[in-house]
Ligand binder design. Structure first.
Ligand code: F6R
Length: 366
């Protein structure tokens, strides 16, 4: 059942090329240059007339929501707010009939997310679900939705659900951008083309496995990790840190790279490994200067870089390459080495990777 892999998590990490492809199949029609999603087509008016989109989710799904915020605002020019479902539902939020609420949930059973959508519905908002489990409570409770086609995710630490959520949300953003006219037809086509190439590029990213094992062996005994990223890759930094915490029990924090100087920089010394997502295009020069600041404080730098990078390579202690893609799609690639890093560290520490202590696959308590 683990398909020859030692753990479900590793199997699911390796399933991502297929899971992403399964998720855009039938929806992304490159030759026709269209995106077809019944849940969006049928409710286009709601989306186009919405004052804003509110995204609610928990944990890793919330991180996918953060990536979606960047892509929706960037491409479709629709204001987006991303909320932890548990905070949203308990703070008497302002919700109107002109709001569209997108709930993201792998299991479709997360109690806080379910309660948040019930609240939004009671105020007249239109609720759209992005779930993986077919027929789950959140899927049923939503007015409309789009499934991720990740297949069953068994490992408690979410991997392929995350990248397929980003895939669905990217398709939605692109579809809305096209309908609104906020994306040119050539940009739209380029996005379709690049998205279609992502599975191959994820496969390529997975080839860094041995290198990542070596890096994991160097840092497995530290007590703290920092993860930094900017723009589209800020949520990826949060997700990388969450993965490490969950399965290796090493304390890790994700931060927007520019925030480092407002506090976390005080933590940096020769014992602190810092994972920096420094791919080309995404504020690259700024991230390079963040890396210089880390280096001058003797922090250990693990850079996630674009293939062929030289600038970060010259500064970092280790670099892990991912193929080049559009900035908006880069989270689908930069996430991969972070999943593998957390996986290998946890295995080396002899932790229960698939069932970490204190965690459950679906959190049905509030
Ligand atoms: C992280 C993880 C959790 C879930 C969160 C939401 O690896 O698994 O943080 O992402 O509990 O779960 P769903 O997406 O099922 O609502």
């Amino acid at each position: 059942e683990k398909g020859g892999y030692e753990h479900f998590m590793l199997k699911e990490i390796h399933e991502q090329p297929k899971a992403i492809k399964d998720t855009y199949r039938g929806r992304l029609l490159r030759k026709e240059a269209i995106i077809k999603m019944a849940g969006i087509e049928d409710n286009m008016k709601k989306f186009l007339n919405a004052d804003r989109i509110i995204i609610v989710a928990c944990g890793t799904s919330w991180h996918a929501g953060l990536v979606a915020e960047y892509i929706f605002e960037d491409l479709a020019r629709i204001p987006v707010e991303v909320e932890y479902a548990s905070e949203f539902r308990y703070r008497n939020p302002i919700i109107t009939e002109n709001d569209v609420l997108i709930a993201i949930s792998q299991s479709g059973e997360t109690a806080d997310t379910l309660a948040a959508i019930k609240l939004a519905k009671s105020k007249g908002a239109f609720v759209f679900g992005v779930c993986n489990v077919v027929g789950s409570s959140i899927a049923r409770e939503s007015d409309a939705g789009a499934y991720t086609h990740a297949g069953p995710e068994i490992g408690v630490a979410s991997t392929k659900a995350f990248t397929t959520q980003i895939t669905v949300l990217t398709l939605i953003a692109l579809r809305l951008a096209r309908a609104k006219g906020t994306i040119s037809s050539s940009d739209f086509r380029q996005h379709l083309l690049e998205l279609e190439m992502i599975p191959k590029k994820v496969e390529k990213s997975l080839e860094s496995d041995e290198l990542i094992k070596t890096i994991s062996n160097v840092y497995k005994d530290v007590n703290n990790f920092l993860y930094l990223g900017r723009g589209y890759n800020f949520p990826v930094a949060l997700e990388g840190a969450l993965k490490l915490k969950e399965i290796s029990y090493i304390h890790a924090e994700g931060y927007p790279a520019a925030e480092m100087k407002h506090g976390p920089i005080a933590l940096i010394d020769e014992n602190m490994p810092i994972v920096v997502i420094a791919t080309k295009k995404g504020h690259y020069e700024k991230v390079v200067s963040n890396i210089q600041e880390i280096k001058s404080r003797k922090g250990k730098i693990i850079g996630i870089v674009t293939e062929g990078d030289t600038q970060v390579k010259a500064l970092a202690d280790h670099v892990i390459e991912v193929p080049e893609t559009l900035e908006s799609l880069s989270p689908l690639l930069t996430t991969i080495p972070l999943q593998l890093l957390s996986y290998h560290i946890a295995v080396m520490l002899d932790k229960n990777v698939d069932q970490p202590r204190n965690l459950a696959k679906s959190v049905t308590v509030e």
